[in-house]
Ligand binder design. Sequence first.
Ligand code: RIB
Length: 328
Amino acid sequence: MTPEHVDVAVVGSVNIDLVASVARLPMPGETVPAVAYDQFLGGKGSNQAIAAARLGRSVAFVGLIGDDREGASVRTMLRAEHVDVAYLGTEPGVPTGRAIVLVDAAAENSIVVVSGANGLLSPRHIAAAADLLARASVVVSQLEIRMETVVAAAQAAAGTFVLNPAPAQPLGADLLALVDVLVVNEIEYEVVTGHPLPEDLAQVARELAALALPGSVVVTIGSRGALVWEGAGVTHVPAPVVSVVDTTGAGDTFIGALADALSRDEALLPAARWAVHAAAVSVGALGATTGMPGPAEVLASVGRSADAVPAVLPGGRDRAEEAGAHHG
Ligand code: RIB
């Protein structure tokens, strides 16, 4: 990466994921035994940065770790992934973020985030990274850091600003006005629009148009792929049928791959298709970043796919559903 140009800058969280595999997720008040336990690098921001870096982009990460052993290990692991950590700060006296992740035999998960140092990433850190954010082709952020920090990042971004409002929170008009591409899953769609995601794609288009956003919206719909709205109709991008071990980080893989493609000046629709395939590859391994693919694996997945051109569906069933797709 040259100092002059960065493909993707990610402003966000980094965690150590404490992952327990369980036969089934516990009910409230219930204790269940783990069948396996491991620790992985995680956090939505860090995951998205790694996804873009694995696909060959120059990537810089703006975040905050604690001055604990976990923080030192995070820095080492991000460097090993070729992510520039010059803007990864260390906050004395606070723990590095952690996430407690449960994954069941059906690959369903539940996650509790302990934000630690991530919660202290502030507009002051964004001001210190202003030079980076002004020269990145794509700037990506999520909501595991303070909203005011995300707004500052959006203001500092000179290139395409991609927002993944996860975990779901209502978004202010000031922030939405700065977003070029909003990437939501079905839960986030409901929080942002106030409506559950409709089956009818024409209705999705109407609900998104009502938000009067300046940018575009991508809705990730798990094993069914993604929906892309660029101000008119909604285009469905189907996902390939894959076997699933763990979907933790699949959404992050999607966003990292989308940022990768957008930074290569791909249009949004082919970028979303690339991202759908990257996410589908990623779910084959345990851990948020373990299964994140390189470009050859994504290309192979695209090549195996029957849908060379994403189809605009008027709201009916899609091929992935008809084929009985697994998670993607
Ligand atoms: O999106 C998955 C991520 O959410 C995990 O890696 C965990 O750290 C939480 O931030």
